[in-house]
Design a binder for this molecule. Sequence first.
Ligand code: CU
Length: 395
Amino acid sequence: MFGTFLPASAKYRKTLAVIGAAAAVPLVLTGCTDNTKPASATDGPIQVSSTANECKVSAATAPSGNLTFSVKNEGTEVTEFYLLAEDGLRIIGEVENIGPGISRNLVVTAPAGKYNTACKPGMQGDGIRASFEVTESGNKPSVDADLQKLVDTGTQQYAAYVKDQTEQLVTGTKAFADAFAAGDAAKARDLYAATRMHWERIEPVAESFGDLDPKLDAREADLEPGQEWTGWHRAEKDLFPPAGYTAMTPAERTAISTQLVADTEDLAKRTRTVELTADKLGNGAKELLDEVATGKVTGEEEIWSHTDLWDFQANVDGARIAFESLKPALEQKDAELATSLAGKFDALQAELKKHAKGDGFAYYNELTPEQVQQLAALVDSLGEPLSKLTSAVVL
Ligand SMILES: [Cu+2]
Protein backbone atom coordinates (compact mmCIF):
# COMPACT_ATOMS: atom_id res chain seq x y z
CA MET A 1 0.00 0.00 0.00
CA PHE A 2 1.22 3.47 -0.77
CA GLY A 3 1.92 6.09 1.84
CA THR A 4 0.95 6.06 5.48
CA PHE A 5 -0.68 9.35 6.25
CA LEU A 6 -3.28 10.00 3.57
CA PRO A 7 -6.69 8.36 3.50
CA ALA A 8 -6.88 5.68 0.85
CA SER A 9 -8.92 7.76 -1.54
CA ALA A 10 -6.47 10.67 -1.37
CA LYS A 11 -3.55 8.33 -1.87
CA TYR A 12 -5.31 6.90 -4.86
CA ARG A 13 -5.89 10.32 -6.36
CA LYS A 14 -2.33 11.38 -5.75
CA THR A 15 -0.95 8.32 -7.44
CA LEU A 16 -3.40 8.55 -10.27
CA ALA A 17 -2.21 12.03 -11.01
CA VAL A 18 1.38 10.93 -11.09
CA ILE A 19 1.27 7.53 -12.68
CA GLY A 20 -2.15 7.17 -14.20
CA ALA A 21 -4.06 9.29 -16.62
CA ALA A 22 -2.90 6.72 -19.11
CA ALA A 23 -4.93 6.47 -22.23
CA ALA A 24 -6.16 2.98 -22.92
CA VAL A 25 -3.77 2.49 -25.78
CA PRO A 26 -2.51 -1.06 -26.16
CA LEU A 27 1.21 -1.52 -25.73
CA VAL A 28 3.12 -1.87 -28.91
CA LEU A 29 6.42 -3.56 -28.29
CA THR A 30 8.79 -3.27 -31.16
CA GLY A 31 11.17 -6.16 -31.40
CA CYS A 32 8.18 -8.42 -30.90
CA THR A 33 7.24 -8.52 -34.52
CA ASP A 34 8.61 -10.70 -37.22
CA ASN A 35 11.95 -9.55 -38.39
CA THR A 36 13.51 -11.74 -40.95
CA LYS A 37 16.61 -9.62 -41.53
CA PRO A 38 19.67 -11.42 -40.15
CA ALA A 39 21.12 -9.45 -37.25
CA SER A 40 24.70 -10.44 -37.49
CA ALA A 41 26.65 -10.66 -40.70
CA THR A 42 29.03 -13.24 -39.30
CA ASP A 43 26.75 -15.46 -37.29
CA GLY A 44 23.35 -16.79 -38.21
CA PRO A 45 20.40 -16.60 -35.88
CA ILE A 46 20.55 -18.41 -32.57
CA GLN A 47 17.94 -21.16 -32.69
CA VAL A 48 15.52 -21.48 -29.80
CA SER A 49 13.10 -24.37 -29.41
CA SER A 50 10.31 -23.92 -26.86
CA THR A 51 8.34 -26.94 -25.64
CA ALA A 52 6.22 -27.63 -22.57
CA ASN A 53 9.23 -28.24 -20.35
CA GLU A 54 12.30 -27.24 -22.33
CA CYS A 55 13.83 -24.07 -23.72
CA LYS A 56 16.68 -25.20 -25.95
CA VAL A 57 19.01 -22.41 -27.07
CA SER A 58 21.50 -23.44 -29.76
CA ALA A 59 24.35 -21.35 -28.27
CA ALA A 60 25.13 -20.23 -24.73
CA THR A 61 27.33 -17.35 -25.88
CA ALA A 62 27.35 -14.84 -28.72
CA PRO A 63 29.57 -11.91 -29.74
CA SER A 64 28.28 -8.45 -28.81
CA GLY A 65 26.26 -6.47 -31.32
CA ASN A 66 22.95 -7.29 -32.92
CA LEU A 67 21.69 -10.74 -31.96
CA THR A 68 18.88 -12.64 -33.61
CA PHE A 69 17.06 -15.37 -31.74
CA SER A 70 14.89 -17.48 -34.02
CA VAL A 71 12.28 -18.87 -31.65
CA LYS A 72 10.24 -21.89 -32.69
CA ASN A 73 7.31 -23.05 -30.62
CA GLU A 74 7.46 -26.84 -30.71
CA GLY A 75 5.03 -27.21 -27.83
CA THR A 76 1.26 -27.22 -27.69
CA GLU A 77 0.66 -23.96 -25.80
CA VAL A 78 1.27 -20.35 -26.82
CA THR A 79 4.76 -19.33 -25.71
CA GLU A 80 7.04 -16.33 -25.19
CA PHE A 81 10.78 -15.84 -25.29
CA TYR A 82 12.78 -13.34 -23.25
CA LEU A 83 16.35 -12.11 -23.08
CA LEU A 84 16.82 -10.84 -19.54
CA ALA A 85 19.63 -8.89 -17.90
CA GLU A 86 21.93 -10.65 -15.41
CA ASP A 87 19.58 -9.72 -12.54
CA GLY A 88 16.85 -11.85 -14.12
CA LEU A 89 14.43 -8.93 -13.82
CA ARG A 90 15.22 -6.35 -16.47
CA ILE A 91 14.10 -7.37 -19.93
CA ILE A 92 16.36 -6.62 -22.87
CA GLY A 93 13.87 -7.91 -25.40
CA GLU A 94 11.00 -10.34 -25.84
CA VAL A 95 8.74 -11.96 -28.39
CA GLU A 96 5.28 -12.94 -27.24
CA ASN A 97 2.22 -14.79 -28.48
CA ILE A 98 4.10 -17.44 -30.45
CA GLY A 99 1.49 -20.06 -31.31
CA PRO A 100 2.27 -23.78 -31.59
CA GLY A 101 4.27 -24.52 -34.74
CA ILE A 102 5.05 -20.84 -35.29
CA SER A 103 8.55 -19.31 -35.48
CA ARG A 104 9.32 -15.72 -34.65
CA ASN A 105 12.52 -13.71 -34.42
CA LEU A 106 13.78 -11.53 -31.61
CA VAL A 107 16.42 -9.00 -32.64
CA VAL A 108 18.26 -7.18 -29.86
CA THR A 109 21.35 -5.06 -29.56
CA ALA A 110 23.34 -6.50 -26.70
CA PRO A 111 26.62 -5.25 -25.24
CA ALA A 112 29.04 -7.74 -23.66
CA GLY A 113 27.80 -9.11 -20.36
CA LYS A 114 25.83 -11.81 -18.62
CA TYR A 115 22.19 -12.46 -19.47
CA ASN A 116 19.42 -14.99 -19.03
CA THR A 117 17.21 -16.57 -21.66
CA ALA A 118 13.68 -17.69 -20.83
CA CYS A 119 10.81 -19.42 -22.61
CA LYS A 120 7.40 -19.10 -21.05
CA PRO A 121 5.07 -21.82 -22.35
CA GLY A 122 1.50 -20.94 -21.44
CA MET A 123 2.69 -17.36 -20.73
CA GLN A 124 2.66 -18.05 -16.99
CA GLY A 125 5.15 -17.97 -14.14
CA ASP A 126 8.83 -17.14 -14.49
CA GLY A 127 9.56 -19.45 -17.40
CA ILE A 128 12.30 -21.93 -18.19
CA ARG A 129 15.54 -20.08 -17.75
CA ALA A 130 19.21 -20.51 -18.64
CA SER A 131 22.23 -18.27 -18.45
CA PHE A 132 23.57 -16.67 -21.59
CA GLU A 133 26.74 -14.70 -22.16
CA VAL A 134 27.60 -12.02 -24.68
CA THR A 135 31.32 -11.67 -25.29
CA GLU A 136 33.11 -8.52 -26.46
CA SER A 137 33.29 -8.56 -30.25
CA GLY A 138 35.17 -5.28 -30.65
CA ASN A 139 32.63 -3.94 -33.12
CA LYS A 140 30.50 -1.63 -31.10
CA PRO A 141 26.96 -1.25 -32.28
CA SER A 142 26.72 2.31 -33.50
CA VAL A 143 25.46 4.43 -30.62
CA ASP A 144 22.07 5.70 -31.54
CA ALA A 145 22.06 9.38 -30.81
CA ASP A 146 18.33 9.68 -31.32
CA LEU A 147 17.11 10.48 -27.84
CA GLN A 148 13.49 9.66 -28.55
CA LYS A 149 14.48 6.23 -29.77
CA LEU A 150 16.41 5.59 -26.55
CA VAL A 151 13.43 6.69 -24.49
CA ASP A 152 11.07 4.53 -26.55
CA THR A 153 13.28 1.48 -26.13
CA GLY A 154 13.44 2.10 -22.38
CA THR A 155 9.68 2.40 -21.96
CA GLN A 156 9.14 -0.73 -24.07
CA GLN A 157 11.60 -2.63 -21.89
CA TYR A 158 9.80 -1.45 -18.78
CA ALA A 159 6.43 -2.45 -20.23
CA ALA A 160 7.80 -5.93 -20.89
CA TYR A 161 9.08 -6.04 -17.30
CA VAL A 162 5.63 -5.15 -15.96
CA LYS A 163 4.06 -7.85 -18.07
CA ASP A 164 6.59 -10.43 -16.90
CA GLN A 165 6.08 -9.50 -13.25
CA THR A 166 2.29 -9.65 -13.50
CA GLU A 167 2.50 -13.09 -15.09
CA GLN A 168 4.66 -14.30 -12.22
CA LEU A 169 2.34 -12.61 -9.77
CA VAL A 170 -0.72 -14.42 -11.15
CA THR A 171 1.00 -17.81 -10.98
CA GLY A 172 2.34 -17.17 -7.48
CA THR A 173 -0.94 -15.79 -6.18
CA LYS A 174 -2.83 -18.86 -7.36
CA ALA A 175 -0.40 -21.14 -5.49
CA PHE A 176 -0.64 -18.98 -2.37
CA ALA A 177 -4.45 -18.78 -2.55
CA ASP A 178 -4.76 -22.55 -3.00
CA ALA A 179 -2.63 -23.18 0.09
CA PHE A 180 -4.45 -20.55 2.13
CA ALA A 181 -7.92 -21.79 1.12
CA ALA A 182 -6.91 -25.38 1.88
CA GLY A 183 -5.85 -24.35 5.38
CA ASP A 184 -2.19 -25.19 4.66
CA ALA A 185 -0.89 -22.28 6.74
CA ALA A 186 2.74 -23.42 6.66
CA LYS A 187 2.83 -23.46 2.87
CA ALA A 188 0.92 -20.17 2.59
CA ARG A 189 3.31 -18.48 5.06
CA ASP A 190 6.19 -19.80 2.98
CA LEU A 191 4.82 -18.33 -0.26
CA TYR A 192 3.58 -15.06 1.21
CA ALA A 193 6.60 -12.73 1.06
CA ALA A 194 8.19 -14.01 -2.15
CA THR A 195 4.91 -13.81 -4.08
CA ARG A 196 4.19 -10.31 -2.85
CA MET A 197 7.51 -9.14 -4.30
CA HIS A 198 6.04 -9.35 -7.82
CA TRP A 199 3.27 -7.05 -6.66
CA GLU A 200 5.54 -4.59 -4.85
CA ARG A 201 7.88 -4.31 -7.85
CA ILE A 202 5.14 -2.93 -10.08
CA GLU A 203 3.06 -1.17 -7.46
CA PRO A 204 2.98 2.26 -9.17
CA VAL A 205 1.48 0.68 -12.29
CA ALA A 206 -0.95 -1.35 -10.21
CA GLU A 207 -1.83 1.82 -8.33
CA SER A 208 -2.88 3.53 -11.51
CA PHE A 209 -6.00 1.35 -11.25
CA GLY A 210 -7.04 2.96 -8.00
CA ASP A 211 -9.75 0.50 -7.06
CA LEU A 212 -7.47 -2.53 -7.22
CA ASP A 213 -4.82 -1.39 -4.78
CA PRO A 214 -7.17 -1.09 -1.78
CA LYS A 215 -8.73 -4.45 -2.67
CA LEU A 216 -5.39 -6.22 -2.95
CA ASP A 217 -3.10 -4.47 -0.52
CA ALA A 218 -5.04 -2.48 2.10
CA ARG A 219 -3.56 -2.53 5.57
CA GLU A 220 -5.95 -2.81 8.47
CA ALA A 221 -4.76 0.53 9.85
CA ASP A 222 -5.64 2.28 6.57
CA LEU A 223 -9.20 0.97 6.18
CA GLU A 224 -11.85 3.61 5.70
CA PRO A 225 -15.13 3.29 7.58
CA GLY A 226 -17.29 0.70 5.87
CA GLN A 227 -14.49 -0.54 3.60
CA GLU A 228 -14.47 -4.30 3.22
CA TRP A 229 -11.07 -5.72 4.07
CA THR A 230 -9.73 -8.12 1.44
CA GLY A 231 -6.35 -8.90 -0.07
CA TRP A 232 -2.90 -9.83 1.06
CA HIS A 233 -2.85 -8.23 4.48
CA ARG A 234 -6.19 -9.82 5.43
CA ALA A 235 -4.54 -13.20 4.82
CA GLU A 236 -1.36 -12.02 6.53
CA LYS A 237 -3.17 -11.42 9.81
CA ASP A 238 -4.70 -14.90 9.72
CA LEU A 239 -1.37 -16.55 8.89
CA PHE A 240 0.65 -14.61 11.47
CA PRO A 241 -2.05 -14.08 14.10
CA PRO A 242 -1.52 -11.56 16.87
CA ALA A 243 -2.53 -12.46 20.44
CA GLY A 244 -6.28 -12.65 20.94
CA TYR A 245 -7.02 -12.96 17.21
CA THR A 246 -9.98 -15.11 16.12
CA ALA A 247 -9.00 -17.32 13.19
CA MET A 248 -10.97 -17.14 9.93
CA THR A 249 -13.34 -19.96 9.06
CA PRO A 250 -12.57 -22.19 6.04
CA ALA A 251 -15.37 -20.44 4.16
CA GLU A 252 -13.88 -17.02 4.91
CA ARG A 253 -10.45 -18.19 3.76
CA THR A 254 -11.92 -19.50 0.53
CA ALA A 255 -13.70 -16.21 -0.11
CA ILE A 256 -10.53 -14.16 0.48
CA SER A 257 -8.50 -16.51 -1.74
CA THR A 258 -11.01 -16.43 -4.59
CA GLN A 259 -11.17 -12.64 -4.46
CA LEU A 260 -7.38 -12.31 -4.34
CA VAL A 261 -6.94 -14.40 -7.49
CA ALA A 262 -9.78 -12.64 -9.33
CA ASP A 263 -8.43 -9.18 -8.50
CA THR A 264 -4.89 -10.19 -9.48
CA GLU A 265 -6.07 -11.55 -12.83
CA ASP A 266 -8.01 -8.33 -13.35
CA LEU A 267 -4.82 -6.38 -12.59
CA ALA A 268 -2.77 -8.42 -15.06
CA LYS A 269 -5.35 -7.85 -17.77
CA ARG A 270 -5.55 -4.12 -17.12
CA THR A 271 -1.77 -3.58 -17.09
CA ARG A 272 -1.78 -4.61 -20.76
CA THR A 273 -3.62 -1.44 -21.69
CA VAL A 274 -1.44 1.04 -19.80
CA GLU A 275 0.64 3.24 -22.01
CA LEU A 276 3.94 3.80 -20.29
CA THR A 277 5.90 6.95 -20.97
CA ALA A 278 9.22 8.29 -19.68
CA ASP A 279 7.57 10.54 -17.08
CA LYS A 280 5.61 7.59 -15.69
CA LEU A 281 8.79 5.57 -15.35
CA GLY A 282 10.68 8.41 -13.70
CA ASN A 283 7.87 9.36 -11.35
CA GLY A 284 7.04 5.74 -10.64
CA ALA A 285 10.64 5.15 -9.56
CA LYS A 286 10.40 8.02 -7.10
CA GLU A 287 7.01 6.78 -5.85
CA LEU A 288 8.50 3.36 -5.18
CA LEU A 289 11.31 4.87 -3.16
CA ASP A 290 8.88 7.07 -1.23
CA GLU A 291 6.94 3.90 -0.52
CA VAL A 292 10.09 2.38 0.97
CA ALA A 293 10.68 5.48 3.07
CA THR A 294 7.16 5.76 4.45
CA GLY A 295 6.08 2.12 4.77
CA LYS A 296 8.89 -0.39 4.55
CA VAL A 297 11.70 1.23 6.47
CA THR A 298 9.20 1.84 9.27
CA GLY A 299 7.92 -1.75 9.44
CA GLU A 300 4.33 -0.63 8.86
CA GLU A 301 3.59 -2.66 5.74
CA GLU A 302 3.90 -6.11 7.30
CA ILE A 303 3.02 -5.61 10.94
CA TRP A 304 2.28 -9.32 11.56
CA SER A 305 4.62 -11.18 9.20
CA HIS A 306 7.50 -8.68 9.60
CA THR A 307 8.53 -9.43 6.01
CA ASP A 308 9.02 -5.74 5.21
CA LEU A 309 12.49 -6.23 3.77
CA TRP A 310 11.09 -8.40 0.95
CA ASP A 311 8.80 -5.51 0.00
CA PHE A 312 11.71 -3.10 0.48
CA GLN A 313 13.83 -5.08 -1.98
CA ALA A 314 10.97 -5.33 -4.46
CA ASN A 315 10.26 -1.58 -4.37
CA VAL A 316 13.98 -0.90 -4.89
CA ASP A 317 14.02 -3.41 -7.79
CA GLY A 318 11.11 -1.64 -9.46
CA ALA A 319 12.73 1.77 -9.03
CA ARG A 320 16.09 0.56 -10.29
CA ILE A 321 14.60 -1.13 -13.37
CA ALA A 322 12.78 2.10 -14.24
CA PHE A 323 16.03 4.05 -13.81
CA GLU A 324 18.03 1.56 -15.87
CA SER A 325 15.41 1.62 -18.62
CA LEU A 326 15.84 5.40 -18.84
CA LYS A 327 19.60 5.37 -18.28
CA PRO A 328 20.75 5.37 -21.95
CA ALA A 329 18.66 8.51 -22.53
CA LEU A 330 19.71 10.04 -19.21
CA GLU A 331 23.39 9.51 -20.03
CA GLN A 332 22.96 11.73 -23.06
CA LYS A 333 21.18 14.46 -21.15
CA ASP A 334 22.79 14.38 -17.71
CA ALA A 335 25.62 11.87 -17.44
CA GLU A 336 26.51 13.09 -13.95
CA LEU A 337 23.03 12.32 -12.62
CA ALA A 338 23.16 8.88 -14.24
CA THR A 339 26.45 8.11 -12.47
CA SER A 340 25.20 9.47 -9.17
CA LEU A 341 22.00 7.41 -9.30
CA ALA A 342 23.83 4.22 -10.26
CA GLY A 343 26.19 4.70 -7.30
CA LYS A 344 23.38 5.36 -4.84
CA PHE A 345 21.34 2.36 -6.00
CA ASP A 346 24.46 0.23 -5.53
CA ALA A 347 25.08 1.59 -2.03
CA LEU A 348 21.49 0.94 -0.94
CA GLN A 349 21.52 -2.53 -2.46
CA ALA A 350 24.79 -3.36 -0.69
CA GLU A 351 23.31 -2.34 2.66
CA LEU A 352 20.12 -4.32 2.04
CA LYS A 353 22.16 -7.36 1.07
CA LYS A 354 23.70 -7.36 4.55
CA HIS A 355 20.28 -8.43 5.84
CA ALA A 356 19.77 -11.23 3.28
CA LYS A 357 19.05 -14.62 4.84
CA GLY A 358 18.65 -17.78 2.78
CA ASP A 359 16.27 -17.02 -0.09
CA GLY A 360 14.92 -13.99 1.73
CA PHE A 361 15.77 -11.49 4.43
CA ALA A 362 15.89 -10.94 8.14
CA TYR A 363 12.53 -10.09 9.67
CA TYR A 364 11.97 -6.42 10.31
CA ASN A 365 11.76 -6.94 14.08
CA GLU A 366 15.23 -8.50 14.03
CA LEU A 367 16.85 -5.24 12.86
CA THR A 368 18.45 -2.91 15.38
CA PRO A 369 17.44 0.77 15.40
CA GLU A 370 20.90 1.60 14.04
CA GLN A 371 20.45 -0.79 11.11
CA VAL A 372 17.06 0.74 10.30
CA GLN A 373 18.57 4.20 10.49
CA GLN A 374 21.38 3.21 8.13
CA LEU A 375 18.87 1.90 5.57
CA ALA A 376 16.72 5.01 5.95
CA ALA A 377 19.73 7.28 5.39
CA LEU A 378 20.61 5.51 2.14
CA VAL A 379 16.99 5.67 0.96
CA ASP A 380 16.96 9.41 1.63
CA SER A 381 20.27 9.89 -0.11
CA LEU A 382 18.96 8.12 -3.23
CA GLY A 383 15.60 9.90 -3.10
CA GLU A 384 17.12 13.31 -3.66
CA PRO A 385 18.77 12.65 -7.07
CA LEU A 386 15.96 10.27 -8.03
CA SER A 387 13.48 13.14 -7.79
CA LYS A 388 15.39 14.78 -10.66
CA LEU A 389 15.19 11.80 -13.00
CA THR A 390 11.95 12.68 -14.77
CA SER A 391 12.79 16.29 -15.53
CA ALA A 392 16.32 15.36 -16.62
CA VAL A 393 14.98 12.91 -19.19
CA VAL A 394 11.75 14.59 -20.25
CA LEU A 395 12.56 18.32 -20.33
CU1 CU B 1 2.23 -1.93 -0.65
